[in-house]
Design a binder for this molecule. Structure first.
Ligand code: PRX
Length: 650
């Protein structure tokens, strides 16, 4: 029996939030206003009448022109807030900058070296307006795409918000990816303008971003300008007519810029995510529904109130950062903390120190971070006063009950419920999640958010209780992605073709007799390394692009801290010799092609890969060997000796 399963069976406790906490929550107050007495009644009523639920929340945002219909659901296509006029920036920024939140801190930013920048709503408004005007001066307008490759600095959200303000579509690429990923995503999006920085510090060492961007811009024909933030004083070469410094272009810009009135269904951003093929999917989110979805979940799941200091410790380059560092907190008019560096730098007290120093009240992180801190020991968080915390959150991968209980006891000091939120780049907002009024079972993401119809089904689409199956969604929700950029067929094929009118999440999960969901992990060829989605196909295509590599297969290897690690098997072309140097070169190559998170922990050279008689690589068999599990049915296997070879290696 695996250690996790053993623990799951032992950990049967149910954790209930205190009455004082529950009585003060946004959701409880909302339920009281609507005469709803408990959690189950809330879920029932909202599922029966989603229009009522979402209308009530959409009313809290401002519409240039009221919408005429809440949603139209013609699976797999949904439209929300039809015929209204809206802009997410009016709600996230303009209305606060001109209202009572004017001087309130919107972003509280701490650099890796400890410098602090507090940017008020009004200051943010000015910066965003100036940058929006700068983009306009470079010919950017409604419907144009802008590609952004920036570290965790305030200029990143400023650039995103400025795009949205003028109706341009931002495409942010995680700065931890190598520049090649930026190149592919610029070309897919067809951006005219790209934004980067000279460099940034990582554990005290300066990394150069611009130098790498220069190389890839030779292969991006649509780019006319590159805007460069001078963040780390790294020496860079500016390219003639193409490159412009952020601070120079901002110098003479007007501090006012009108906000474009958008159709609620107009695209807000593209965010690329891994799928089962090597080509990333450009997930498209829109202004109206996305705004209402992320606003409502932050309000009800994390119970954010006006004086909260909210810290979502993710990277803005991922959906968690887009939704819950940038858009949702600004829509709620609260203070969102942004930290540039790694959580254990310069020592494992860093994040606990920041929670104490800034009085963080709600903290949201990934299980991999929790497990890393468990390893450092309780003495680190125990040195700090964490009494400002009221709620905790988890996202990105299943949280094992052991880590859950540690997080609850050591960080939350047994008074902060943990919101284990299940969602995806595609969903935009939490879909299966506790609310602060829910009873919690460690390791379970509890139940669907109000109105969301989630289910577990077998291969024939029959609902399952107690057994693992496909996690599917059978309703629309406002922040649902609308399509894949320039690839509407793949949108249908990848997500909507397995079961009728049903969204296939790609995860396997189980529902227990109380209706609680237990997410088990991905069912497709997608790995989850430290909460980050990496497709095996992307890593394999990087490996086979290296001279001498004929074939490659990549599987996930269980890891105590990161959940999974990338483990590769390669077959070399004739006359190439397998040695340590080659292994190191291959690991380095993947690092450069994709980024440090995708670097294989091991590259095993083999003479053949297990294949079916039709020549398909049987990753399932390799995976079972790597995990030390039974290989299952191998009746279609053509070359059993390849399995023996792998068996000896792992
Ligand atoms: O496998 C699920 C896992 O992360 C995947 C989505 O990854 P991404 O689009 O990068 O978004 C990550 C942040 C929302 C899911 O298909 N996942 C996400 N949250 C959880 C989770 N697995 C278990 N429990 C969660 N709370």
């Amino acid at each position: 029996m695996s250690k996790d399963l053993d623990y799951l069976l032992k950990e049967k406790r149910i954790f209930e939030p205190s009455k004082t906490l529950v009585d003060d929550t946004n959701i409880k107050k909302w339920m009281d206003e609507h005469d709803i007495s408990d959690y189950d009644e809330l879920l029932e009523k909202a599922e029966e009448n989603p229009k009522w639920f979402w209308d009530d929340l959409a009313r809290e945002l401002e519409w240039y022109k009221p919408y005429e219909k809440t949603f139209e659901w013609n699976p797999p296509h949904a439209e929300w807030f039809l015929n209204g006029k809206f802009n997410i920036i009016h709600n996230a920024l303009d209305r606060h900058a001109k209202g009572t939140n004017k001087n309130k801190t919107a972003f509280l930013w701490e650099s890796e070296s400890g410098n602090v920048r507090r940017i008020s709503y009004h200051e943010l408004y000015i910066e965003v307006n100036k940058f929006a005007n700068a983009l306009k001066s470079l010919g950017i307008g409604k419907g144009d795409t802008v590609s952004i490759y920036l570290p965790m600095i305030p200029e990143l959200p400023i650039a995103m918000l400025a795009c949205a303000k003028i109706g341009a579509i931002h495409s942010v690429v995680f700065s931890g990816f190598w520049a090649k990923a930026f190149q592919d995503r610029i070309n897919d999006a067809g951006s005219k303008v790209a934004i980067t920085a000279d460099g940034f510090p990582r554990r005290g060492k300066l990394l150069n971003l611009k130098e790498n961007v220069d190389k890839i811009l030779e292969n991006t024909p649509t780019i006319t300008n590159l805007i460069v933030v001078n963040h780390a004083d790294v020496p860079v070469k500016m390219e003639g007519n193409r490159d412009v410094w952020w601070h120079e272009i901002m110098e003479n810009m007007d501090t006012e810029c009108s906000t474009e009135e958008m159709d609620p269904e107009d695209p807000l951003f593209i965010l690329y995510t891994s799928g089962t093929t090597g080509k990333p999917k450009g997930v498209v989110h829109v202004h109206g529904g996305y705004a209402v979805g992320v606003y409502s979940t932050l309000k009800f799941v994390f119970d954010i109130k006006k004086d909260d200091v909210w810290w979502c410790a993710a990277d803005i380059g991922w959906i968690t950062g887009h939704s819950y560092i940038v858009y949702a907190p600004l829509l709620m008019g609260v203070t969102s903390l942004i930290y540039e560096g790694t959580p254990d730098y310069p020592d494992p007290g860093r994040i606990w120190d920041m929670i104490e120093k800034y009085g963080v009240s709600v903290f949201y992180t990934a299980p991999t971070t929790v497990r890393m801190f468990m390893k450092f020991g309780e003495e680190w968080p125990e040195k700090y006063d964490l009494s400002s915390l009221r709620l905790l959150g988890s996202v990105g991968e299943p949280i094992n009950p052991e880590a859950w209980v540690w997080y609850y006891k050591i960080i939350g000091r047994e008074k902060c419920p943990i919101m284990d939120t299940w969602w995806q780049t595609e969903t935009g907002m939490h879909l299966i999640t506790p609310l602060p009024i829910s009873k919690l079972k460690p390791g379970s993401a509890v139940k669907p958010f109000p109105t969301v119809k989630a289910d577990i089904v077998d291969d024939n689409g029959n609902s399952l209780v107690g057994n693992g199956g496909h996690l599917v969604i059978k309703s629309t929700w406002p922040s649902m992605f609308r399509t894949l950029y320039k690839d509407p067929d793949r949108y249908i094929e990848a997500y909507w073709s397995s079961f009728e009118n049903t969204y296939l999440s790609g995860d396997v999960a189980r529902k227990d007799e109380d209706g609680y969901f237990w997410i088990q992990g991905r069912e497709d060829d997608v790995l989850n390394v430290a909460g980050h989605r990496i497709s095996t196909a992307e890593v394999e295509s990087a490996l086979v692009s290296f001279p001498g590599v004929a074939e490659a297969a990549v599987v996930g290897k269980p890891d105590e801290i990161k959940g999974e690690e990338v483990c590769a098997f390669v077959v070399l072309k004739q006359n190439y010799i397998a040695d340590e140097n080659l292994e190191a070169a291959l690991r380095h190559h993947v690092r450069c092609e994709i980024g440090p998170i995708a670097t294989p922990v091991c590259v095993n050279m083999v003479s053949d890969l297990p294949k079916t008689r039709s020549g398909k690589i049987m990753r399932r068999v390799i995976k079972a060997k790597v995990k030390g599990e039974p290989v299952g049915d191998i009746s279609t296997l053509a070359n059993p000796e390849a399995v023996d070879e792998i068996h000896k290696l792992v």
